[in-house]
Design a protein around this ligand. Structure first.
Ligand code: FAD
Length: 549
């Protein structure tokens, strides 16, 4: 068996190592255009910032080690230029010598990844303007930073640019992030990014939302980024992080099908339309586990798993790739944001019915020192309670809650399962009622009809005459420094004797700080014959939507 693999990083190197474990006989060639294989893309920003001090640590393995341990024929600086499907060969260009040659295959795996998108704006190729994909890009950015950059502009508010922002600040660089959309981290729902926006501001990063670069110009001091608003940002370093595009040229030229956004089409065995050609990683289109539609998710976990599955299938194991659910996490200074499954905005786009709840627990027992706050948003089916998506933002413990919910989605669990979930607990790690259980209780209660809930966005969007009466059931001390405009304050402990102050001909939307006292108030009001609902997630959720009010 001649197995050729194009691309030697996440998907390609995983496929090659797995293939060797399955067959000692196969001739396995790993072609990589760059000088390195299997490097740690995800660690690159942290090498620029100095948290990863040694460059060698970014090399997960080397061509030499792949040769000696796995007996792989690793050919770096080798670009695969074309596939001849009828002859079953690829044309390879040795980038060092310029020599071109044909290499025959029985099976071919494409793991070509995705390339940073370069918008067609003036000055994009000026010195000092970079993209970040590999170690060579990292070296160039780091060299620039080491020379003493004072101002940097990051174009794009996605994962990579925010990680770079943190690392530039660590290197004492005045950093501006410019994001064309009205929000950063666009896979998330907008309100869930509020704590990250706040964190960037707290750490001195300037964030310009709803703006984009129209041109880059060279000046005596470096560069100027010209924005559509007319603003001109001086910088000595600019990094473009405005998305990636699948490297699909080989596939397209060979007549293999790609999707509307360029991802190579594969079946559940990761086979392209040609049964002898597989494709994995950032280059492909995958099934969205939750929506069932097609999507592209450029993440390391799926690429690694797909590499392994493609190799399994090359050797006849018939393994299915279940699809991708977009489980992702990003650290921005002292905050973490993570998500899994579908977002609210994607559900709305697809006109898919859903319910949502917000809980704002601490990551471990409140009585134990140093509890850190988090917000957890859960999206679920209004009929069955099946979990559709989850997002969390906060400090410690965000990662483990999203990982638990990622597994719950894989297992097809419902919010009622979350109520029953038995998770490890001691006060320094969690709570006897873990945030996962709490989200389950709130969601389960909602579906059982125990407490009607109203979303703060709908309350705020309603015309004044149709708005429910906003009843703040927190203490006067909590009410005074900040409350939802128009709210009246009756603390929950005083509510029973003061019910006479409330109207019976108008809906009442009760809220507290996080939703718990609002729930109790709603139960009191409902049993007293009022029309009432709890504002989901209380004042803390309101502040996610209205951070500046
Ligand atoms: P790649 O890892 O990009 O590898 C493709 C390789 O194919 C490239 O090295 C390319 O040179 C080679 N190639 C392409 N065409 C040819 C050809 N014709 N001939 C020869 N070689 C070719 N994901 C996460 O999940 N978490 C993170 O924290 C995270 N952080 C990231 C940080 C950065 C800075 C970057 C750039 C990415 C990050 N990612 C992260 C994304 C993750 O690295 C990718 O999803 C993953 O590497 C995709 O694997 P892949 O094998 O499909 O492609």
């Amino acid at each position: 068996m001649n197995l050729l693999i194009v691309g030697g990083v996440a998907g390609g190197a995983s496929a090659a190592a797995r293939a060797r474990r399955l067959s000692e006989e196969a001739h396995i060639v790993l072609f990589e255009r760059g000088p390195d294989v299997s490097f740690a893309n995800c660690g690159l920003p942290y090498y620029v910032g100095g948290e990863i001090a040694e460059r060698e640590k970014l090399l997960v393995t080397t061509p030499e080690r792949l040769r000696s341990r796995f007996n792989l024929d690793v050919r770096t600086r080798s670009s695969v230029e074309a596939i001849d499907r009828s002859a079953k060969t690829v044309r390879v260009r040795d980038l060092a010598s310029g020599r071109e040659y044909e290499e025959p295959y029985d099976k071919l795996i494409l793991a070509t990844g995705a390339a940073p998108f370069r918008p067609a704006i003036g000055g994009i190729d000026l010195p000092g303007v970079f993209t970040l994909r590999n170690l060579q890009d990292t070296d160039a950015i780091k060299e620039c930073v080491d020379r003493g950059v004072k101002q940097a502009v990051l174009l794009g508010g996605g994962f990579i640019c925010l990680e770079l922002a943190e690392n530039f600040v660590r290197r004492s660089i005045a950093t501006t992030v410019v994001e064309k959309n009205g929000q950063i981290l666009t896979p998330f729902d907008n309100e869930m990014t509020t704590p990250i926006v706040q964190e960037l501001a707290d750490k001195g990063v300037t964030l310009l939302l709803g703006q984009s670069a129209e041109a880059l110009e060279q000046t005596a001091d470096g560069l100027v980024v010209c924005l559509n608003s007319g603003q001109r940002l001086p910088a000595q370093l600019v990094v473009l992080g405005v998305g990636v595009r699948p490297e699909n040229k080989l596939a397209v030229d060979a007549g293999l099908e790609v999707g509307p956004r360029g991802g190579i089409r594969v079946n559940e065995h990761l086979q392209t339309g040609d049964p002898d050609i597989y494709a994995v990683g950032d280059a492909i289109e995958v099934k969205d586990v939750v929506s069932g539609g097609q999507t592209q998710v450029p993440l390391a976990g799926p690429a690694n798993r797909q590499g392994r599955i493609a190799a399994d299938n090359v050797f006849g194991r018939g393994v299915r790739y279940r699809g991708t659910q977009g489980t992702a996490i990003v650290g921005v200074f002292d905050k973490t944001a993570a998500m899994t499954g579908i977002s609210e905005k994607a559900l709305r786009r697809g006109n898919q019915p859903f319910c949502k709840v917000y809980v704002h627990p601490t990551h471990h027992a409140g009585y134990f020192p140093a509890p850190e706050a988090m917000t957890l948003k859960l999206l679920f089916d209004p009929t069955t309670g099946q979990i559709l998506g989850a997002q969390a933002v906060g400090g410690a413990g965000v990662d483990k809650r999203i990982d638990v919910l990622a597994v719950a989605i894989q297992a097809g669990m419902t919010v009622f399962d979350l109520e029953e979930m038995e998770l490890a607990y001691a006060p320094q790690y969690g709570s006897a009622k873990d945030p996962i259980n709490m989200a389950g209780f709130v969601a389960g209660g909602l579906l059982r009809g125990d407490h009607p809930q109203v979303d703060i966005e709908s309350v705020l969007a309603a015309p004044a005459a149709e708005r429910p009466l906003l009843l703040d059931v927190r203490t006067p001390q909590e009410f005074a420094p900040g409350h939802i405009p128009g709210a009246v304050n009756i603390p929950v402990d005083d509510l029973r004797p003061r019910l006479g102050e409330l109207p019976r001909d108008r809906q009442i939307a009760a809220y507290c700080q996080v939703g718990q006292r609002g729930y109790l108030a709603t139960r009191i009001l409902l049993q007293a014959g009022f029309s009432a609902a709890n504002v989901g997630g209380g004042y803390t959720t309101y502040k996610l939507f209205q951070p500046s009010k």
